[in-house]
Ligand binder design. Sequence first.
Ligand code: G6P
Length: 611
Amino acid sequence: MSRSNVVERLVEGLKRLEYRGYDSAGVAITTDNLIDRRRAAGKIINLEAELAKNPLNGNKGIGHTRWATHGEAHAHNAHPHSSDKVAIVHNGIIENFADLKKDLQEKGHTFESETDTEVVVHQITDFLTTNNDPLLAVKQTLKKLHGAFSLVIIFKEYNDLMICTRSGSPLVLGYSEEDIYVGSDALALAAWTQDLVYLKEKDLAVIKDEGQHFSVTIYDEQDIIVERPHHQSRLNIDAVNKGSYNHYMLKEIYEQPFVIGETFNSLVENSTHVPHVIRETLTQLPLAEVNRIAIIACGTSYYAGMTAKYWLESYAKISVDVDIASEFRYREPLITQYDLVIFISQSGETIDTLSALRLVKEQNVKVASILNMPESSMARESDYVIQTQAGPEIGVASTKAFTCQLLTLAMITLQAAHAKGHLSTKKLEEELNTLLHLPSKILNVLQHDEAIQEISKQFVEKRDVLYLGRGTNYPIALEGALKLKELSYIHAEAYPAGELKHGPIALIDHQLPVVVLAPYDKWFEKTLSNVQEVIARGAYVVAITDTKGAALFKNQGMKNTHIIEIPIENHMLVSPIAYSIPMQLLSYYTAYFKGTDVDQPRNLAKSVTVE
Ligand code: G6P
């Protein structure tokens, strides 16, 4: 809500939210007893083209960029949705929309989209027609909605009013001298205001033009007027640009030596001085007392958690369970006061992970979160927050955030092992020294960029690719397969190399490339035998290994094998981080040569805030 035209700012803010989805976008304004809107399928650039053709002006408006849930990615399903009385933008899912829609249709309402959102529009319109009270109509509607949602509503006949509310999905208010902003993420507002108020669960805010100024009244779940604290945002939008790189993803891959170093520095005092002192962020974790650690995450973050299981069990002798958040939250998990539950999320907003976190907190168990976004819902709701220093990650496929998560988990492992008495101070110092030098090792791996480009060219025409790894590199193989799928749309699967003979070996023929992660570690000999098995069946193998491993591969005179030699010594904490880099480059270049949309692959969103 502003004293000047808001449309350009709405579009600018939406661009910063495009990581939430890019299936369609739209804006609507309310002015002089009129609601007007522009919408377009696809990315925000299409909305900009629409606005260039048919400009829109107004001082009070709403905007949305969509990740399709109910209804295809067409303009008619794009938000804002509107009736002759209201327009709405919505994040989340209205789970009982089908029942509400049926009732409303029986009352004569006609729908123009397949979305769940449109029932909110018609439900508010329905109440408004009878009671002529916008606030009451919204409150009555909210009582009927099931699911997780945040909503912002403007009214045709009440141009001085905007109502917003959240239940499950996040919503933040931004205050500036002139204007009031509302967004589902502080990043969307960062260009205009740092003065933020995060709405609490089930809060409803009424923003009103009082003539001389704008007022904001917040009602809590009990319908009582409340004050919520103001926060000063420290987000810096200048950090978000591509530089000279073709894609954000490549830039982010190349930033890894720096951000890994930054993450290390954030966890260790005076990182270049010996002996190293681990900072309170980690020492305050109750690691000495815990019997068990549960790690919960989604997507790439989940694979970081899987890697940590190998580390924590080996170094700290703590039993670790790793769960996918959407499974954990619905399977009546057993968590006790003696457990530490660690959540991992780049965004801190993934709804499945956030809901799992809330489930654990309801049981009065302490939670620690490893997050890249300090101003996120999970950061606000966790007992301990360990922030990675990856910086804004724009490419939808996670790269630098993943390796920073791994480094953080490696540090937690060392702290836990030391706290439990399984790692002497001298050994701890040696391990920290190894991690201190990780950035130069990553730089070394990045020098294989060109060799990986050549292999990627051969992957472009493939239909399937199989990834194999053992131990700590099994989750990295999983991550490699996920990256290839999401970026190049080539079907890829990862298996623990030892499991190959129990099924996937049936897939192998001369068409199938097999990527094998094989550092010279305790699993190497076994992996080498598995590679022989796939070569014997005609597969083409890309082996990623170190100098010792490469010599042994060559020794065995393997046919059809392309070796990428990464000349760094094998180390249990270093190897999975280092081997993530070729996985990232392989999927980046395969997608690049195939010509897919690397930074915004089809159907995906960076942060999935619906179930
Ligand atoms: C989405 C993204 C993935 C990411 C996952 C978890 O699916 O496309 O790249 O790994 O969400 O996200 P989080 O922000 O919780 O780490």
